[in-house]
Design a protein around this ligand. Structure first.
Ligand SMILES: NC(=O)c1ccc[n+]([C@@H]2O[C@H](COP(=O)([O-])OP(=O)(O)OC[C@H]3O[C@@H](n4cnc5c(N)ncnc54)[C@H](O)[C@@H]3O)[C@@H](O)[C@H]2O)c1
Ligand SMILES: O=c1ccn([C@@H]2O[C@H](COP(=O)(O)OP(=O)(O)O[C@H]3O[C@H](CO)[C@@H](O)[C@H](O)[C@H]3O)[C@@H](O)[C@H]2O)c(=O)[nH]1
Length: 441
């Protein structure tokens, strides 16, 4: 099949590479010339495991090309996938200007029979509005074929998720349109669920908001565990063993971040509001998450009294491991809050240091290794559970002024903690480990 994709971000590029990998001929279009140049040379502008490898393989095989020209990129495309950003606008609702621009960009080049597929996360009704924009521009008699095909990949595992999805949702108002879009995915051998366009749009928000709510739930349980002396990791195992609950998304910590959950929960709440439904549960999901994101700061203040002139090593900056994405990363709020408290912050991330610098600038300092960050630190904050951060080395801790660890991901193995002879260890929702005779400051 000949597929064109607009947007070479996390979703567009992963989709493009994977569709080429399963045998389609894919052209990726982006307005960012620098990205396209980089991609043409076989380099990925984003960090995503296995992406660059498949990018190079499929470009070489002649199944994957990149362009900034809509005319060239849309030439004889059977399916046109829109995968541009829908970031949170100032009022909290998704900014649809990139999608609208795409509609305008593609209108002159749409051929008969081509299907426009919206993969970006968009509020219910957006597909219909986009269809109208295209129809007006094309001056067409016949209706433009549209489908909603929301994406569920996770950053850090985008390639694997795209090649092995739990399900594929296709929303279309005509059976033959849904079937044609489904044909594109047949080699994946994944379950497909066909719905109306509006239902498909809604499934995406309902899924993300549900997962975010599950996280706020377990995080609030974690806070309660600290008060009653229970261990949230045991609670998660006990709860997760019930198939109706499921074991995933029960890792308590410093709350959710990233480019999707925060904006999508807010967007769904706004949609509900617009339709007279007061979705107060989502408000609570967001409130709990906002407080949870700074829980390490609260704990450190309690431990030290105040944080003025304390040197804090922030380990991990990206919103989760295996990505360089800093969008709505909890580390941003933590770093700013620590700086406001007068602490000296030195941060390290295996891949996100430069993206973090664009957001946090000189508010904090940046280290080139875990070891560099830890030197003379009063405390470590574990913010992102990258492998190299989970497996901290005892020699690194010896370089700290005093080894105190606030673990926002509950990721340090207990055996390691004991072996490392850490003086004080403060996880989230679990009993702290403190050696009182060694506690000196
Ligand atoms: N990031 C994720 O994990 C994820 C997962 C599922 C769904 N989504 C949704 O998918 C959409 C894309 O997210 P993303 O994270 O990949 O975005 P992104 O910001 O990483 O990438 C968007 C890309 O679109 C390009 N672009 C903007 N306007 C364009 C135009 N007119 N023509 C061509 N290209 C254009 C930008 O230059 C950029 O490269 C969003 O709606 C998001 O909510 C994201
Ligand atoms: O048990 C858990 C699982 C996740 N998180 C946090 O939740 C956030 C989101 O994590 P994850 O869902 O793994 O990453 P995303 O790449 O943001 O993926 C989500 O958002 C995407 C964009 O819509 C969807 O496509 C995915 O299905 C959905 O999982 C991150 O801050 C994680 O640290 C936890 O704190 N505990």
């Amino acid at each position: 099949m000949k597929i064109s994709i607009l947007g070479t971000g996390y979703v567009g590029l992963s989709t493009g590479v994977c569709m080429a990998e399963i045998g389609h001929y894919v052209t990726c279009i982006d307005i960012n010339q620098q990205k396209i140049n980089q991609l043409r040379q076989g380099f990925s502008p984003i960090y995503e495991p296995n992406l660059e490898n498949l990018l190079q393989k499929n470009t070489k095989a002649g199944r994957l090309t990149f362009t900034t020209s809509h005319q060239e990129g849309l030439d004889s495309a059977e399916i046109i996938i829109i995968a541009v950003g829908t970031p949170q606008g100032e009022d909290g609702s998704p900014d649809l200007s990139y999608i609208i621009q795409c509609a305008k960009d593609i209108s002159p080049y749409l051929t008969d029979g081509a299907i426009v597929v919206i993969k970006s996360t968009v509020p219910v009704g957006t597909n219909e509005n986009i269809q109208k924009i295209i129809m007006n521009r094309c001056n067409r008699e016949s209706t433009i074929k549209m489908a909603s095909n929301p994406e569920f990949l996770r950053q850090g595992t985008a390639i694997n998720d795209t090649l092995h999805p739990d399900r594929i949702i296709i929303g279309a108002n005509k059976k033959e349109v849904a079937e044609k879009v489904g044909e594109m995915y047949l080699p994946l051998n994944a379950p497909m669920i066909m719905t109306s366009i509006r239902s498909a749009e809604m499934i995406k928000y309902a899924s993300n908001a549900f997962l975010a709510t599950k996280l706020s739930y377990i995080n609030e349980i974690a806070n309660l565990c600290e008060k009653v002396g229970a261990d949230v990791t045991d609670i998660a195992v006990g709860m997760g063993a019930d198939k109706r609950i499921g074991e995933s998304f029960l890792q308590a910590g410093i709350g959710y971040g990233g480019s999707c959950f925060p904006k999508d929960v807010k967007a769904l709440e706004l949609t509900a509001n617009q339709h007279g439904i007061h979705f107060s549960m989502l408000k609570e999901t967001m409130r709990i998450n906002n407080e949870q994101q700074v829980i390490l700061v609260t704990k450190a203040k309690k431990r030290f009294g105040h944080l003025r002139a304390r040197k804090i090593a922030l380990l991990g900056l990206s919103f989760k491991p295996n990505t360089d994405d800093m969008r709505d990363a909890p580390s941003i709020k933590i770093a700013k809050s620590l700086a406001n408290e007068g602490a000296e912050v030195i941060a390290y991330d295996p891949v996100a240091n430069s993206n973090a610098r664009k957001i946090l600038g000189n508010t904090i300092n940046y280290a080139s290794s875990v070891e560099d960050a830890a030197i003379d630190a009063d405390a470590i904050f574990i913010v992102t559970d990258w492998d190299e951060i989970k497996h901290l080395d005892v020699n690194i801790l010896k370089k700290m002024r005093w080894p105190i660890i606030f673990d926002g991901r509950n990721c340090l193995d207990e055996n390691i903690i004991n072996a490392l002879d850490i003086v004080e260890y403060y996880p989230v929702g679990r009993p702290s480990i403190i050696h009182p005779h060694q506690q000196t400051h």
